[in-house]
Design a protein around this ligand. Structure first.
Ligand code: SF4
Length: 253
């Protein structure tokens, strides 16, 4: 999910006119897309931000942005601990990054924007894909479980499912761009169908199996994978759909 979101961030920035820096120390903008699953993520982030402070001090106009789960968790604390950070954005509003950077430049003040619920599925944003043949497609965001050790529901929110028609249209568009393999993404990918964002779309516990079968009809799509599935949601209809759909890989995370 994080890699997928990073590809969207790159795509958004390219659309806004940014180009990839040749080497790290020549960058005018550094964006951290953080993860909060492992405990030392905080230490790593603040340590790395500390290394960047003197570089930024010498490089006029350089900007630093921090997004992702740790930003969603720490919010204002990021700019309190590292006041040289220009933009802090959360997991629900990655599409705001170019505007926030612009606003930080204009106002000469750090911009912190954390939104509590999803603005738009990140898959609707432009992407700069790392691979020419493989693509990520998010089908849901968030999780309705409350596993004791896990911070995901607090930072990604309750599960919101994307309409099957939108998912399939995105897969089709990727195949038309030459993609042979897609990975369907969700925090709890096989509970897909419990809470569609579109109120017109009825709740459907068989939705994930149907979605897998429907990908089998997309001509030119050679491989379909998905991550991460939850054992409790692994219903027989999903297993049957995997068996019956040749392009769905016999692989489980
Ligand atoms: S199902 Fe997965 S994402 Fe959801 S709370 Fe449990 S560990 Fe976290």
């Amino acid at each position: 999910m994080n890699v997928h979101d990073s590809e969207r961030l790159s795509g958004l920035l390219e659309d806004a006119g940014y180009v990839k820096a040749v080497a790290g120390d020549t960058a005018d903008l550094v964006v951290f897309n953080t993860c909060a699953v492992r405990e030392n993520a905080d230490n790593k982030l603040y340590g790395t931000l500390g290394h960047l402070a003197p570089i930024k001090a010498e490089r006029e106009g350089m900007q630093i942005a921090v997004g992702g789960c740790l930003a969603q968790k720490d919010r204002d604390t990021v700019v309190k601990k590292a006041p040289w950070v220009d933009v802090v954005f959360g997991t629900h509003n990655i599409g705001s990054l170019p505007v926030l950077l612009e606003r930080a430049r204009h106002n000469e003040q750090a911009q912190v924007e954390i939104i509590e619920s999803l603005e738009a599925f990140p898959s609707t944003l432009p992407a700069k894909r790392e691979s020419a043949y493989a693509g990520w497609v998010s089908i849901s965001v968030g999780c309705n479980n409350t596993c004791t050790f896990c911070i995901v529901p607090a930072l990604r929110g309750k599960e919101v499912d994307r309409r099957p028609g939108d998912v399939l249209a995105e897969v089709q568009a990727l195949v038309e761009q030459g993609v042979l393999e897609v990975t369907l993404l969700g925090q709890n990918v096989n509970s897909y169908g419990v809470s569609f964002a579109d109120p017109e779309e009825p709740r459907d516990r068989g939705a994930f199996a149907k979605l897998l079968r429907a990908t089998g009809n997309i001509e030119g799509l050679e491989r379909v994978r998905f991550t991460s599935p939850h054992p409790a949601e692994f219903t027989d209809d999903v297993i049957e759909a995997m068996a019956a759909t040749p392009n769905v890989c016999p692989q489980l995370h």
